[in-house]
Design a protein around this ligand. Structure first.
Ligand code: ADP
Length: 256
C-alpha cells in the first residue's frame, strides 16, 4: 500500500447534500488521489452511496435533491453551470451492488456505450470490446461466446462484464458501490485482484461493508457516520491507529 500520493484526481470541499429536507452529507472535505483505491466504510445509511453518486452527479436523477459546496475533477468544478454531464459520467463511471447487464449478448453489453457515444467504426468498436473484456479479466472466459446472452454468465462474470462496460467508454475514475456484496468469496477475490490491476490506469473509489476488503484492497479509507466523514487517511492508519474513538469502534467491529 502506498503511503502518500501527491496527485489529486477529485476533491470535495464543504460538500452538503439533501434529499428534500433531510441532510444526508454534512460538510464533507476529501481528496481522491489518482491511481489509488479509496475505500468508504461506515454503517448503513451513513451517506456512502450518496457521496459516490455525488461524484458523477447521478444523485441529480433523484427528484428534490440539492448539492452545496464544490466537487472537482482535475481541478474543475463538476457542478459549475454548463458542465457536460454526459461527458462527466463517461469520465467517472459506476459499478453497482448487483451486476446489471442488459438482457443482450456479451458483445452488445460492452459495445453499447461506445456505440451510443459514436466512438468509431465497427472494427474500432470490436477492438474496444476485446480490450475492455481483457481489462476486466473476463476475455479468456468469454472470447468464444461473445454473442451469447450475458445473463447466462455467473454473477461474478456478470460483475466483471459490468466493469468491462464501464472500461469501454474509457473512464478515468471508477466508482464501485459494494461491487462484491452479491458475490461468493472466489468471485470477490477475482474482483479484488482486478482492482489492483485497474488502479494502474484508473482511480477507484469503492464503498464496502467488508472491513477485510477495505483493509486488503485500498490505499486510503474514509469512515462515514451519520452523513459526516469522521476520519480519512492511509488505510493502514485507519485500521491500526485511528485517531477518533468512533472509527476505532467501527473498524474493530463494536458497532455497525
Ligand atoms: P449508505 O450508502 O451509507 O448506506 P446512503 O447514502 O444510501 O447510505 O443513505 C444516506 C441517507 O440518505 C439515509 O438516511 C437514506 O435513508 C437517505 N437516502 C438515500 N437514498 C435516498 C433517496 N433516494 N431518497 C431519500 N433519501 C435517501
Amino acid at each position: 500500500m502506498t503511503e502518500c500520493h501527491p496527485i489529486v484526481k477529485m476533491e470535495a470541499r464543504g460538500l452538503n447534500f439533501y434529499y428534500g429536507p433531510v441532510q444526508a452529507l454534512k460538510e464533507i472535505n476529501i481528496v481522491i488521489r489518482v491511481n489509488q483505491i479509496t475505500a468508504l466504510v461506515g454503517p448503513s445509511g451513513c451517506g456512502k452511496s450518496t457521496f459516490l453518486r455525488v461524484l458523477n452527479r447521478t444523485n441529480e436523477l433523484i427528484p428534490h435533491t440539492r448539492t452545496e459546496g464544490s466537487v472537482t475533477l482535475d481541478g474543475e468544478d463538476i457542478y459549475r453551470p454548463g458542465t457536460d454531464v454526459v461527458a462527466l459520467r463517461q469520465r467517472v463511471g459506476m459499478v453497482f451492488q448487483r451486476p446489471n447487464p442488459f438482457p443482450k449478448s456479451i458483445y452488445e453489453n460492452v459495445a453499447f456505450g461506445p456505440k451510443v457515444l459514436g466512438m468509431g467504426s465497427k472494427d474500432a468498436i470490436d477492438e474496444k470490446v476485446e480490450r475492455s473484456l481483457k481489462g476486466a479479466a473476463l476475455w479468456p472466459e468469454v472470447s468464444d461466446r461473445l454473442y451469447r446472452n450475458a445473463l447466462g454468465l455467473t454473477l461474478g462474470q456478470q460483475q466483471r462484464l459490468c466493469i468491462a462496460r464501464v472500461l469501454a467508454v474509457q473512464p478515468e475514475v471508477i466508482l464501485m458501490d459494494e461491487p462484491c456484496s452479491a458475490l461468493d468469496p472466489l468471485a470477490t477475490l477475482k474482483i479484488e485482484e482486478l482492482m489492483q490491476e485497474l488502479k494502474k490506469n484508473y482511480t477507484i473509489v469503492i464503498v464496502t461493508h467488508n472491513m477485510q476488503q477495505a483493509a486488503r484492497t485500498s490505499d486510503w479509507t474514509g469512515f462515514f457516520l451519520l452523513g459526516e466523514l469522521i476520519e480519512y487517511g492511509p488505510t493502514g492508519d485507519i485500521f491500526t491507529r485511528p485517531k477518533d474513538h468512533r472509527t476505532e469502534n467501527y473498524v474493530t467491529g463494536r458497532y455497525g
